[in-house]
Design a protein around this ligand. Structure first.
Ligand code: 5AD
Ligand code: FES
Length: 348
């Protein structure tokens, strides 16, 4: 089958054979890539129109008990200047975000034992009391079912937990042995069962990633049918063992965004900050390839550079208000429009 035929098959049946996946993932010619992205755009617009949802990211702690090899805030990095935001600082970020039109905040942090379940629960409650119409997304890693339930009962709506890679052997090359893919996958299924809108995802071009690994990621995503899916290029961080590894490419990231849009038509798909870091127009290109979410940073500017998962991160010096203005213009230039909306998942 030719590549157009493969893309049509993907669009119509959401399934490809190994050979078809290999061919599509290897494709580099302009005509094929632009056909793929126009199919993804068409599907995105049929469900979400021209709307782009914004999520205000609050990076509230860069302490982490995990040793993920790719990540700049992993526990072994002695050069990482650690910080925690106070509840007051976090609530001030939420208030500012609300005034700027955000109706979703994402509390993201390393796995920091300082934030006990009680602390997270009271934070979620405080946000919901202040602004009942705001959706609260947590991105705080692997926890027990009881913990996840407690946050949900406190009012948390969504949870982001990238699966990172759906292949055991690859997972083991990116993480120390105290972390396992099976636990991560169990967490995702538990979150789903509790009732969260759930996001998974992976890095494009992470060290040792093969085409077969990507095919496994895509099959997992199709099967899991996440509400959200975060993918962005891997970018080396200077204090990690992967500091000399090459970054993931813009082209592969855009191709995968389009493919994921076709596999899970109603997915909420961000054009990530990492994509905007490897290419100044990365986020605009991501939106044109089928993404429908952007996640600007609401963290206080004084701590931004300390949340250095990877090198070269953008927006480190821009106040939240500047970022949202900048982003509105960028989204408009791609032909889309930021909306003031919780931006819940739409079952298509
Ligand atoms: N490059 C790109 N993305 C990274 N992440 C962590 N480290 C890096 C890196 N070096 C991603 C992981 C994690 C998310 C919060 O950030 O996928 O789940
Ligand atoms: Fe932050 Fe452009 S989006 S400065």
């Amino acid at each position: 089958m030719n590549l157009v035929g493969i893309i049509d098959k993907l669009k119509n049946t959401r399934e490809l054979s190994d050979d078809e996946w290999e061919a599509l993932l290897a494709a580099e010619d302009e005509d094929t890539l632009s056909y793929l992205s126009s199919c993804a755009r068409e599907v995105r617009e049929s469900i979400y129109g021209k709307a782009v949802y914004i999520r205000g990211l609050i990076e509230f702690t860069n302490y982490c008990k995990n040793g993920c090899y790719y990540c700049g805030i992993n526990r072994s990095n002695k050069n990482c200047d650690r910080y925690r935001l106070t509840d007051e600082q976090i609530l001030a970020c939420v208030r500012e975000g609300y005034d700027l039109g955000f109706r979703t905040v994402v509390l993201q942090g390393g796995e920091d034992p300082y934030y006990t379940d009680e602390k997270i629960v009271s934070l979620v409650r405080a946000i919901k009391e202040m602004h009942p119409d705001i959706a609260v997304t947590l991105s705080i890693g692997e926890k027990s079912e009881e913990s996840y339930r407690a946050y949900f009962e406190a009012g948390a709506d969504r949870f982001l937990l990238r699966h990172e890679t759906a292949t055991e052997e690859h997972y083991a090359k990116l993480h120390p042995s105290d972390l396992s893919l099976s636990n991560r996958m169990n967490c995702l299924r538990t979150l789903r069962r509790i009732g969260y809108q759930v996001g998974c995802g992976f890095m494009v071009g992470s060290p040792f990633q093969t085409t077969k690994n990507i095919i496994a990621d895509l099959r997992f995503i199709k099967e899991f049918h996440p509400d959200m899916c975060g993918i962005g290029p891997f970018i080396p961080q200077k204090d990690t063992i992967f500091k000399d590894e090459p970054a993931g490419t813009v082209q592969m990231t855009l191709k995968l965004l389009s493919i994921i849009r076709l596999l899970v038509p109603d997915v909420l798909l961000p054009a990530t900050t990492a994509l905007g870091t490897v290419d100044p127009l990365g986020r605009e290109k991501g939106l044109k390839a089928g993404a429908n979410v952007v996640m600007p940073n609401l963290s206080p500017v004084v701590v931004r550079s300390k949340y250095a998962l990877y090198d070269g991160k953008i927006c480190l010096d821009s106040e939240s208000a500047e970022c949202i203005h900048c982003l509105s213009a960028r989204v408009a230039s791609a032909g889309y429009e930021i909306v003031v909306d919780r931006g819940d998942h739409k079952n298509a």
